[in-house]
Write a protein of this length. Structure first.
Length: 245
């Protein structure tokens, strides 16, 4: 393949990765606490590029996704078990494989009285224990996370923060996991919990639509570049055949 076709094909692959990422953002625009993914690009060149002969072209590839941790809008729901964090921080829950962190505060209280996520993961307090309440009594949560029932303190919801949240690994849904050694959470001192509210996704529908149109246009231009490269190669072969025939 010629350099034009190779570069265009690499660009098409990068745009396909971007489309997949945008589709996921669009699909989660109504998911509470969802954090949008963004893309980071670089030019790829093999380690032995230029060792023998002329250097090959650098190819555009999507190096990785990065997560936008900016806060979404806090929307009133009227449900006392819906909680939103104002400021930096995450709720801590115990998932199937260990501790998970999330901004999605759409909780419920099953019959066992353990405050849980919609998936059934227990919500943890500052000491790492499940938050236990009486499922038959109203729950009040103060901005500092203290949980009260009938005026008596019954628990405390832990909100933690990370010095570098970008080092967290995104897992299914709105959850993140700390997998790097030394990446330990600390108490989120400036965060406040707002009861009866949920944080919306920070993926703007208008922004996603504009970016989707832009990616599609780039995809079409790269396709034309591949077609042009193929046509140039075909003509070159025909010209060689004509001269040597």
């Amino acid at each position: 393949m010629d350099a034009l076709t190779i570069s265009a094909a690499s660009g098409i692959q990068a745009r396909m990765d971007a489309l997949e990422m945008l589709a996921n953002n669009i699909a989660n625009q109504t998911t509470a606490g969802y954090k949008a993914d963004r893309e980071f690009y670089r030019l790829f060149r093999t380690p032995d590029a230029g060792v023998d002969g002329p250097p090959p072209p650098s190819l555009p590839v999507m190096e990785s996704h990065w997560t936008d941790f900016s806060q979404g809008s806090l929307t009133p729901t009227g449900n006392p078990l819906d909680l939103a964090i104002s400021g930096d921080g995450f709720f801590t829950v115990r998932g199937p494989g260990g501790l998970l962190y999330s901004r999605n505060g759409q909780f419920h209280v099953p019959s066992d009285g353990v405050l849980a996520t919609t998936e059934g993961y227990p919500v943890l307090d500052r000491s790492g224990s499940p938050v236990q309440v009486d499922p038959t009594r109203p729950v009040e949560v103060s901005p500092d996370g203290a949980v009260h029932q009938d005026g008596a303190a019954v628990g405390e919801i832990g909100v933690v923060q990370f010095a570098d949240p970008s080092a967290l690994s995104k897992v299914a849904g709105t959850y993140f996991r700390s997998e790097q050694p030394g990446l330990s959470p600390t108490a989120a001192g400036d965060a406040e919990i707002q009861q009866g509210r949920l944080e919306g996704a920070n993926a703007s529908p208008a922004e996603a639509a504009v970016r989707l149109v832009g990616v599609m246009r780039q995809f079409e231009m790269l396709q034309r570049a591949v077609q042009l490269g193929s046509e140039m190669s075909r003509r070159a072969v025909e010209e060689v055949a004509r001269v040597t025939g």
